[in-house]
Design a protein around this ligand. Structure first.
Ligand SMILES: Nc1ncnc2c1ncn2[C@@H]1O[C@H](COP(=O)(O)OP(=O)(O)OP(=O)(O)O)[C@@H](O)[C@H]1O
Length: 275
């Protein structure tokens, strides 16, 4: 079973129980540079309800500083909310180490820059095997078989397993990061600006890879971007963030063709091709 990559869900359609549900989540950071004239706290997420199920792609769009990445960190268990609840498959998390481990296995993340997300001194094979070892999954033989399947699934040759991250291109590195995110057969992948650091010529390929994998594996995909046209291209539903709040949410084509919130209208107006 170790090399199994398909999951038994309805491709293209959300399943009923959300994998992750956030209820009135707040995150307050201590400001990096507090001063007399600047507040010493940042309310990065200010009361957000959000959910994602297997089989759907939910886009989160908003300008820099709107709280998207902080929200992503809450979803993958890297950031504990200051207030509010995170439910995993309907059960409230208590954010202990056991909960973090469960969440870490079921919800994975692809960051913007694969150069910093990957270990520069480890060959790709070891980076992909590592999560399987940490979670005590399979034996070395079955782990290697799974890693060989994964690298091909993301469109790279088997020889890519033996290289260091700096020996391959940015697009190929992001494919490795995506393979790594899939190692533990997650239910949901949170992709935080996954194409922003890439050369324009390979962005579409990486986007298509993510959406193909989501369909093939029946994953839930949370796609975070400041770029509304990219979000429109991949998402079934969209949430628009501004100042730590989701100001508007709904089916992507509805929200983007008939926005009701003034901020969404402003965002759209800044992307003339969508009007
Ligand atoms: N660890 C932190 N410590 C202090 N402030 C933080 C921290 N992380 C984020 N912030 C602040 O919280 C706010 C929201 O940041 P966040 O990174 O979540 O937004 P974002 O929409 O993802 O923006 P970007 O795309 O620029 O990362 C910003 O004002 C940011 O400066």
């Amino acid at each position: 079973m170790m090399t199994r990559l398909e999951r038994g869900t309805t491709p293209g359609g959300a399943t009923d129980i959300p994998v992750i549900e956030l209820r009135d989540v707040h995150v307050v950071h201590k400001a990096r540079t507090g001063s007399l004239f600047r507040p010493d706290r940042v309310h990065a997420v200010a009361g957000v309800d959000f959910q994602v199920s297997r089989g759907e792609t939910v886009g989160i769009v908003g300008e820099s500083g709107s709280g998207k990445s902080t929200l992503a960190r809450v979803m993958v268990g890297l950031q504990r909310p200051t207030q509010g609840q995170v439910l995993f498959r309907g059960e409230a998390l208590r954010h202990g180490s056991r909960d973090r481990r469960t969440l870490g296995r079921a919800v994975s993340v692809v960051f913007q820059d694969p150069a910093t997300a990957l270990n520069p001194r480890m060959v790709v094979r070891e980076q992909l095997i590592d999560p399987l070892r940490v979670h005590g999954i399979g034996d070395e033989r079955s782990r290697l078989a799974r890693v060989r399947d994964l690298i091909q699934l993301v469109g790279l040759p088997l020889s890519a397993l033996e290289v260091l991250p700096r020996q391959i291109s940015g697009g190929q590195r992001q494919r490795v990061a995506i393979a790594r995110a899939l190692t533990l057969e997650p239910d949901v992948v949170v992709a935080d600006e996954p194409t922003s650091a890439l050369d324009v010529s390979v962005r579409a390929q990486v986007l298509n890879l993510l959406t193909d994998l989501k369909d093939e594996l029946g994953l839930g995909l949370v796609f975070i971007s400041h770029d509304i046209s990219t979000v429109r291209y991949v998402s079934d539903r969209v949430a628009v963030m501004n100042g730590g709040l989701i100001v508007e949410t709904g089916p992507t084509c509805e929200v983007l063709t008939n926005p009701t919130d003034p901020y969404t209208r402003t965002l759209l107006a800044a992307t003339p091709s969508l009007l």
